[in-house]
Design a protein around this ligand. Structure first.
Ligand SMILES: Cc1cc2nc3c(=O)[nH]c(=O)nc-3n(C[C@H](O)[C@H](O)[C@H](O)COP(=O)(O)OP(=O)(O)OC[C@H]3O[C@@H](n4cnc5c(N)ncnc54)[C@H](O)[C@@H]3O)c2cc1C
Length: 630
């Protein structure tokens, strides 16, 4: 007998994207079901045992500022924490934490299991149900492998690396998802039947070794930071100061590269067995040896997978070479001479989409009520997945609640850069976030994600009034303190001269504001305290903002001016019924690309590859004339 359930939202996938999407919908009061092929793999980390790192740490902070869960979850389950790039400017400071993978998954599952309005269902979703009126498709529900139908108002697809997945280790191919989990083998046909275009991507992971078989004396120990900084703005820093585990650094060498080169014919990548396109910025060791043949050695990071396992992750050596070659290859690495492989390295291929089929809200342009997030959208990485899942979940909820979608632009967030790049650029490989992708990165620092985005978390209803008022207070404290330092003048007197001597800082010729002194590289907000008589105690995060805003004021102001001209183009909206064939003077390539992407604004149009600045001028003139005729 067919079972029929009625809910508001169905989230297909309980990976990093699905968890954020489902929590967002349930926390906004919508009856939500989250599907997974295995409830024991909720928020599974099938690859690297860490969260954050360069630009990815920014995403995690932004997810937290919007009311997402990833930041809180890693603060509860990390086993080592490190702030990267501290020798460089604040724009690239990035937090990275090693996770206890089992604990991370267990903790996220606990949050989902105790979330009101949320139901977890272990079932394979095989079909999207929809109705069609005048060529417009609108979803009505999903059907599972066992035939149960869930009627709903919105669906969020977060299927990750499971759709028609196959895993390759040399000549051995298994038709499973990651870690031998069941692949999802039915949904792709249903999506294709709706006219959704799918493609094959691939990614890979290294072997896991038995810790007892590793000689760490031949490696460089990598320690965590003494003072641990949390990812979540709501985590009390004092509550997470704890002993940490170490990671280890070693290197490949000529022998390693020789073995790889001699066996490329047995690599599914180089033997042409693998169809899917892999991530350029997460290359396999085979790719590194072939593409960077001049490099004598490549870094290898040995990272613990958790506190209660002996499994060690061999970062930097993902591969799909056969097991016998893997063993020979790994045993050439100093410290791994007697290593025992617990899990072989492998590559995984899976179905995903080109996200140009999506609006910036992550809803499909051609199917109302169908949203998508995560690796399924052609990205790679836990953090990229979680960010998209959160936005897709929020916007599925906004649609049901009859509210405007949350669309973050690239001048206010890395999430905005991520989604805009996915839906506007023709990405031919898995998209990985990097600081270089964010043109306004000095404004998009991880330390000010709350100041940039908490207002949106409050607006959509994921952050409480208390949270929002705390934010407004922080903003006021920062602005007041900056004003105070700018208006507090100290004289070129003996007291100041003596103080500056203690800081090897040059003397003043005339009076100067404390803010001017603070701009000196050798001085900081804390170090000028002895000559700042009016100072009141302020929270550490406020002091951090004051120092950055004053020290980088010139650069920040310049970037803000760049953002103003960027926003001007973003505000030039393009009517959704525009006929590009009507614009005679547009180049053919540009016309084709504009018809394919149907950009929402002139700004977005300018970022489509193949659309030149000259085409944009033609488009602007056409829109001006069209407005004139109306
Ligand atoms: C082998 C491997 C290597 C990787 N290497 C890297 C790397 O080097 N660098 C990097 O950045 N990232 C890497 N990743 C990617 C990283 O794991 C993903 O980016 C991340 O897990 C994506 O999260 P997600 O939520 O989109 O999907 P996933 O974490 O894959 O979760 C998908 C979820 O969907 C469920 N699901 C799928 N289809 C259905 C269905 N039809 N019905 C019900 N449930 C369904 C699954 O059960 C699962 O819960 C790798 C992943 C794998 C598997």
């Amino acid at each position: 007998m067919e079972i029929r359930e009625k809910v508001d939202v169905c989230v297909v996938g309980a990976g990093h994207a699905g968890c954020e999407a489902a929590l967002a919908c349930a926390r906004l009061g919508l009856e939500t079901v989250i599907f997974t092929v295995s409830v024991d793999s909720i928020a599974l980390m099938p690859c690297n045992p860490n969260v954050g790192g360069s630009s990815k740490g920014h995403l995690v902070r932004e997810i937290d500022a919007l009311g997402g869960e990833m930041g809180k979850n890693i603060d509860k389950t990390f086993i080592q924490s490190k702030m990267l790039n501290v020798s460089k400017g604040p724009a690239v400071h990035s937090l990275r934490a090693q996770a206890d993978k089992q604990d991370y998954s267990r903790s996220m599952r606990h949050v989902l299991e105790n979330q009101n309005h949320l139901t977890i269902k272990q079932a394979e979703v095989c079909e999207i149900l929809f109705e069609e009126n005048n060529d417009e498709k609108k979803i009505t529900g999903v059907k599972t492998f066992t035939g149960t139908i869930y009627e709903c108002k919105a669906i969020v697809l977060c299927t990750g690396t499971y759709l028609n997945a196959r895993c390759l280790c040399g000549e051995s191919i298994t038709y499973t998802g990651p870690n031998g989990l069941q692949a999802a083998t039915h949904l792709s046909d249903s999506l294709k039947a709706m006219g959704i275009l799918l493609r094959r991507f691939k990614t890979g992971t290294p072997a896991r070794m038995d810790k007892r078989s590793i000689d760490f004396s031949k490696m460089e120990e990598q320690f965590g930071d003494e003072k641990i900084v949390p990812f979540s703005f709501s985590t009390d820093p004092a509550s997470i100061q704890k002993p940490q585990v170490s990671c280890w650094l070693t290197y490949t060498n000529e022998k390693t590269h020789e073995i790889i080169k001699n066996n490329l014919d047995r690599s599914p990548i180089y033997a042409g067995i693998i169809e899917g396109t892999g991530p350029r910025y997460c290359p396999s060791i085979e790719d590194k040896v072939v593409k960077f043949a001049d490099k004598e050695r490549h870094q290898v990071f040995i990272e613990p997978e958790g506190l209660y396992t002996n499994e060690m992750y061999v970062g930097g050596m993902s591969s799909s070479l056969p097991e016998d070659v893997q063993l020979k290859m790994y045993r050439t690495v100093p410290g791994l001479e007697n290593c025992k492989i617990v899990r072989n390295a492998y590559a995984i291929e899976y179905d995903c989409i080109n996200a140009k089929q999506l609006k910036a809200s992550l809803e499909f342009k051609a199917v109302k009520g169908l949203f998508a997030g995560g690796q399924f959208n052609g990205s790679s990485g836990y953090e990229e997945a979680a960010a998209q899942g959160l936005i897709a979940g929020i916007n599925a909820a906004m649609e049901i609640l009859g509210k405007d979608p949350l669309i973050l632009d690239r001048s206010e967030s890395y999430i905005g850069v991520l989604i805009d790049d996915l839906v506007t650029k023709d990405n031919r490989e898995p998209y990985r976030m990097m600081t270089s992708r964010a043109e306004y990165r000095l404004l998009l620092r991880q330390d000010n994600a709350d100041l940039r985005l908490k207002k949106y978390g409050y607006q959509v209803g994921l952050l409480s009034k208390t949270h929002y008022e705390a934010l407004l207070l922080k903003e006021k404290q920062i602005n007041d303190e900056i004003l105070r330092l700018k208006s507090t003048i100290v004289g070129a007197n003996k007291r100041i001269r003596d103080f500056l001597d203690t800081k090897n800082s040059s003397h003043l010729n005339t009076g100067a504001s404390l803010a001017e002194l603070l701009c000196r590289p050798e001085l900081g907000y804390d170090s000028i305290a002895p000559i700042d008589d009016e100072r009141q105690p302020l929270p550490e995060d406020v002091c951090e903002q004051v120092e950055i805003e004053i020290k980088y004021e010139g650069y920040i102001e310049r970037q803000k001016r760049q953002v103003e001209s960027y926003k001007k183009m973003e505000k030039k909206l393009i009517p959704s019924d525009i006929d590009y064939d009507d614009i005679q003077s547009l180049r053919i390539e540009a016309r084709q690309k504009l018809k394919e992407f149907m950009p929402a604004s002139v700004g977005q149009a300018s970022r489509i590859s193949g659309v030149s600045p000259a085409d944009i001028s033609v488009l602007l003139i056409y829109l001006e004339h069209k407005r004139g005729r109306e």
